[in-house]
Design a protein around this ligand. Structure first.
Ligand code: NDP
Length: 452
């Protein structure tokens, strides 16, 4: 049978674009991508990239404070959100252009519209046209999830923060995951009065317990009004914002309310289940280790499969799919020992097992140190850095590394290489320290602080 394309990709985010470029550019396949919003997906348009630029913007207030301690005569005259947003928008436009140029360079056809499935080899475009393809890749990502009462109250999500015309004076952020903690720190740094409610015992559930406590403490010290064990009970629009009453009896009026209560896979209305593609409880597309669905011609990568929802994972999955299906190589995306960073202030970099997970797996040694880093200690700030290694007492392998420090994201990338290679504690120890830097502590941790 003759198809219009070898591959039709639905979704122009990190995973879809990588798959399209590799399939077309490296393996010579005839490829098309459909994207209903903007090319680049969550990461480029309303996620990692604009978020990280906002992180940079938010760090200048403490940096200017520090500068004074270092002898500089500096006068901060406030933050101009309008000026910043104009530059941010221009940068996102530029990056979207880079994505489009990459696809054009690989001779990928782009359809700027929504596409849904008609059958196992046919895609229906929003204008009613149909296009056939030997393989179809679903890479439609995810979207913020709002509990019903938050939806009814018309609260904001992280998507809306990037589009604010003005910065609110006060904000309530609900949630204790990556997005809520990152935006709490960002907005606090930009001068917004930030309150954060998290329903559980401690923020960043699933990460290393000691690191979570350390981050929560530093967030509070830097000015975030963080309340754990607290959830929203009622919300009511009033003059100047939203009146919120909480489960612990607290009440307040906030100019803005942002919910960051998780994300859901974008699988609705694509016609997947009608064709026999299996969806999980949250709407995630069920795939095997080759990213193949229950319908052999249909594959899915990235957040829509709800495996590990991180940009580099979507990219790896898209690349592995293209190499396997079009490049004649059998490549599986590796989901083991994935490092990641949470861009709180200070940052959190992490790879491998948490202390809690490792405890259940066998005898372990915990090496950890918390200290005041030289740069901020000199400036008189009370920040503390945490460096922690989880070591298997039998094999001596480093099972996990958790760093809370300025630049922890950069540090963990390198530590992750050693850990992925199977480095032992003794390998870390025989590596000479770089002095004076914070990360030297990783190779000078002499005695375990505890064993389990
Ligand atoms: P997370 O799943 O990380 O966190 C959701 C938070 O919302 C949790 O604290 C959860 O509480 C809480 N929550 C869920 N439902 C409710 C509810 N009904 N009422 C009150 N609270 C609720 O989701 P995020 O939205 O923060 O992030 C989504 C994903 O995006 C992340 O998992 C991550 O994979 C990715 N991401 C990665 C980043 C990075 O790498 N730096 C940055 C941003 C996002 P509980 O813990 O009790 O369930």
């Amino acid at each position: 049978m003759k198809f219009d394309y070898d591959l039709f990709v639905i979704g122009g985010g990190s995973g879809g674009v990588r798959a399209a470029r590799i399939a077309a550019g490296e393996h010579g396949a005839k490829v098309a991508v459909a994207e209903e919003y903007r090319m680049g997906g969550t990461c480029v348009i309303r996620g990692c990239v604009p978020k990280k630029i906002m992180v940079f913007a938010s760090t200048y207030a403490p940096a200017m404070e520090d500068a004074r301690a270092y002898g500089w005569n500096v006068m901060a005259e406030g933050f101009d959100w309008g000026r910043f947003r104009k530059r941010l928008d221009a940068e996102i436009d530029r990056l979207e252009g880079v994505y489009r140029a990459g696809l054009a360079g690989a001779k990928v056809d782009v359809y700027d519209c929504r596409a849904t499935l008609k059958d196992a080899h046919t895609v229906r475009l929003a204008n009613g046209d149909t296009v056939s393809a030997k393989h179809i890749l679903i890479a439609t990502g995810g979207r913020p999830y709002l509990p019903p009462k938050a939806e009814a109250a018309g609260v904001m999500t992280s998507n809306d923060i990037f589009k604010l015309e003005t910065l609110p004076k006060s904000v309530l952020i609900v949630g204790g995951g990556f997005i809520s903690c990152e935006f709490a720190c960002i907005l606090n740094g930009l001068g917004v009065n930030v309150t954060q409610y998290y329903r559980g015992e401690q923020i960043l559930r699933g990460f290393d317990g000691e690191a979570r406590g350390h981050i929560a403490e530093l967030m509070r010290e830097s000015g975030v009004n963080l309340h754990v064990g607290t959830d929203v009970m009622e919300m009511e629009k009033v003059e100047g914002g939203t009146r919120v009453s909480s489960t612990d009896g607290r009440e307040g009026i906030f100019e803005a309310v942002v919910y960051a209560t998780g994300r859901l896979p974008n699988s609705d209305g694509l016609g997947l289940e009608e064709l026999g593609v299996k969806l999980g409880r949250r709407g995630e597309i069920m795939v095997d280790e080759w990213s193949q669905t229950a319908v052999p011609s249909i594959f899915a990568v990235g957040d829509v499969t709800d495996r590990i929802n991180l940009t580099p994972i979507a990219i790896r999955e898209g690349h592995a799919f293209a190499d396997t299906v079009f490049g004649g190589k059998s490549v599986k995306a590796d989901h083991a020992l994935v490092p990641s960073a949470v861009f709180t202030q200070p940052e959190f970099g992490t790879v491998g097992l948490t202390e809690e997970e490792a405890r259940d797996k066998g005898p372990i040694e915990i090496y950890a140190t918390a200290f005041r880093p030289m740069q901020s200690a000199f400036a008189g700030r009370a920040d503390r850095v945490l460096m922690k290694l989880i070591v298997c007492a039998d094999t001596r392998k480093v099972l996990g590394c958790h760093i809370v420090a300025p630049g922890a994201g950069e540090m963990i990338q390198l530590a992750a290489i050693a850990i992925k290679m199977g480095a032992t504690k003794e390998d870390f120890d025989r590596t000479v320290a770089v002095h004076p830097v914070m990360a030297e502590e990783l190779v000078t941790l002499r005695k375990p602080v505890r064993t389990a």
